[in-house]
Design a protein around this ligand. Sequence first.
Ligand code: DC
Length: 235
Amino acid sequence: MKKITIAIDGHSSCGKSTMAKDLAREIGYIYIDSGAMYRCCTLFCLQQGLINADGTIQADELERRMSEIHVSFQLNTETGRPDAYLNGICVERDIRTMEVSSHVSPVAALPFVRAAMTAQQQAMGREGGIVMDGRDIGTAVFPHAELKIFVTASDEIRAQRRYDELVVKGEHPDFNAVLENLRERDRIDSTRAVAPLRQAPDALVLDNSHLTIPEQKQWLIERFKEKTLPPTPPL
Ligand code: DC
């Protein structure tokens, strides 16, 4: 059976990654978390002092040093999911902190950052058989993807999910700060000039505010089967 390309886009913390990872594992496709790639670029900026105290980015210097950023993924055999590596070092934990979250949207809005990451993402998906999640996968990275999903959920539910994730990781976040960060990221992601977050006209919408993880997984597998299985002939 021909392997297709699956693009899953949507707002911050709406459970896209969980859906995408679970689907990829179930159908034997490669999973790529494109947000992790922008998070790696942001971590690089923080490590190299390219973000000023007022939050502005030293964009010229970053542009000069883009070739020093190498992002890759390796399957973690314990979790069964890919971990992100920045220049050969596993940074899966470091890229999920509130510090990275609060700087990632302005970094991801820089046109030269997007051009570099989009080129890498397209190279990863050249052969099909990929599930990629992000903000612009169905619109800019793989506009010809056979299956496009646009996921959303209410702001409060998304903030609660992010808050719970941070607590499990040992952070002590303030719920309102998490909610504000998420709204601000949505605002920047949706209004930036290059490849803003928006629903592709041919995307299927999933509001998972009140769905359990098994329910959304089931929904997604049904959409996948509709795209890949031949229609049953009439009796
Ligand atoms: O999915 P996430 O929260 O890990 O994404 C981190 C940031 O990266 C998010 O604020 C927007 C940006 N992003 C993007 O601009 N384009 C993508 N394809 C994926 C993420």
